[in-house]
Design a protein. Structure first.
Length: 148
């Protein structure tokens, strides 16, 4: 609640400051309650914390799950350092002509290789994500016209 509604909270800029909110059903300031949250999500399983499936979506039953730190490390926003591409796990090399793909697995950064195009790198990332995360893989959406 604090990260979404309190501008003095340390990480507010990454949550409420980006428009991330808590659904009315869970938000006591909008008539919701913790009881509603508990009814929707159940007790927190040991070793997990609340995770938003779509990192740009709000806290609501259809966008939240209990997730391990490993799963959460995989589910994050893209970098904003100017070297990122439009795809998750893909970065533009300093030369501006090539791309690298990498994935976080068990807190380790695994390099997947150097590629001549963003699409090749994004496909490599998707394959690695499917292999390591299965149904929980947060895949890049590659338009069919470009993927071919």
């Amino acid at each position: 609640m604090y990260r979404c509604s309190d501008p003095t909270f340390t990480q507010y800029k990454d949550y409420g400051g980006r428009g991330i909110t808590v659904c009315d059903r869970w938000n006591p300031n909008a008539g919701g309650s913790f009881e509603n949250f508990l009814a929707d999500m159940g007790e927190r399983p040991e070793g997990t914390t609340l995770d938003r499936i779509d990192v740009n979506g709000i806290y609501e039953p259809s966008n939240c799950r209990w997730a391990s730190p490993l799963l959460q490390a995989h589910n994050h926003r893209k970098r904003k350092d100017g070297l990122t591409s439009q795809f998750r796990g893909v970065s533009r090399k300093q030369d501006g002509r090539t791309f690298t793909a990498a994935i976080q697995v068990n807190y380790k950064h695994i390099r997947l290789g150097k590629f001549d195009s963003e699409i090749e790198a994004a496909k490599a990332y998707n394959e690695a994500a499917k292999q390591h995360y299965g149904e929980f893989a947060n895949l890049n959406e590659i338009p069919e016209a470009i993927a071919a």
